[in-house]
Design a protein around this ligand. Structure first.
Ligand code: PPE
Length: 325
């Protein structure tokens, strides 16, 4: 699907017209994949337009940069302000926000340290990632024949563009075989994650998800689901998960900023549970919707884009009991 254009993109400290946001073909990032990014969603809640877990995403961007010795030329507060201003200037409601840091044009050769660091933030409208009816009906997925790179080869903890070459192999294979997504196994053959999502399964009322050591991105939706589940009274276990546990799960779902919470109805053509959206998945989806649809903010995860809603949010915050941690 083509990207729906907006008026402006934030590029290295200035707002430039969408059509003018160019880079040089000899930029380091194009040749050696030296770029790191985030995916963030803003929701049009009943209480105004709000960015979901903005600070957590920017912090992860900073972490990704740190692993690759990239000095971010902006503070997280500057990037936060730029993001909110970008949404206002583009008059965006619900949208997807893509901050990107990359090594630009300067020197050629693998050693990147003398290349300039460029920072971009763009935003556009992006609907459901895994198909229009994916939230209601669930998706059919497969276990990929491709392995997730070992943590000591390409650290999955960094949201680095290079990791998405592996994701592309997974996604292309899945699409060729008619699946909405592919799940990967890690170097030891245990469950890792999807090409662009973390994965959870439910067995006998307990929620299971692989640990960071299983070559997964520390997903912010994953952390969200863990917290929502605990508050719902659902036990959550982070553990190494053998592939076979997938097929005998009562429920499976994928989580990601783009994918949000997407139920899985079959894996490798084997039906999961009853093949419909299960009760644990549904309960967590409903809790998530109370935040992103209704604008409830007990965990202080929302940053309202317009000041009037922001003030309303602060008032509500101080009068609410926060029982998250
Ligand atoms: N694992 C991978 C590999 C991944 O790409 C994502 C997000 C996640 C887990 C979930 O992380 P989080 O968004 O913090 O809950 N994938 C992003 C990119 C998707 C794309 O196609 O581009 C996203 O969802 O924004």
């Amino acid at each position: 699907m083509p990207i729906p254009k907006t008026r402006t993109i934030w590029m290295n400290g200035r707002f430039v017209p969408w059509e003018k946001a160019h880079v040089h073909v000899l930029s380091h990032a194009l040749h050696y994949a030296s770029s790191w990014f985030e995916g963030i969603r803003a929701y049009a809640t009943k209480r105004g337009i709000a960015v979901f877990r903005l600070q957590d995403h920017l912090r992860r961007l900073q972490d990704s940069c740190k692993m690759y010795a990239v000095e971010l030329p902006y503070t997280l507060e500057e990037l936060e302000r730029a993001t909110l201003e970008l949404l206002r200037r583009n008059r965006l409601g619900a949208c997807y926000i893509r901050p990107l840091v990359f090594r630009g044009y300067g020197e050629m050769g693998v050693l990147p340290l003398n290349c300039p660091v460029e920072v971009v933030i763009a935003a556009w409208q992006w609907g459901r990632y895994l198909g229009e009816d994916s939230a209601e009906r669930g998706v059919d997925i497969c276990v990929s024949s491709w392995t997730r790179p070992s943590n000591n080869a390409l650290p999955a903890m960094a949201k680095a563009a290079a990791n998405y070459l592996n994701s592309q192999l997974v996604k292309i294979e899945a699409a060729r075989h008619g699946y909405a997504e592919g799940l990967t196994l890690d170097e030891h053959g245990n469950l890792s994650e999807g090409s662009g999502e973390n994965v959870f399964l439910v067995r006998d009322g307990t929620l299971y998800t692989p640990p960071l050591a299983a070559s997964i991105l520390p997903g912010i939706t994953r952390a969200t689901v863990v917290e929502l589940a605990r508050d719902e009274g659902i036990p959550v276990v982070e553990q190494i998960i053998p592939r076979a546990m997938l097929y005998v799960a009562d429920e499976v779902f994928l989580t990601g900023t783009a994918a949000e919470i997407t139920p899985v109805r079959s894996i490798d053509r084997i039906a999961i549970g009853s093949g419909t959206v299960g009760p644990v998945t549904r309960a967590i989806m409903e809790r998530f919707a109370r935040i992103t649809r209704d604008g409830e903010d007990p965990y202080q995860w929302l940053t309202f884009v317009n000041k009037s809603s922001a003030r309303a949010s602060k008032r509500t915050r101080s009068s609410q009991t926060v029982n998250s941690k």
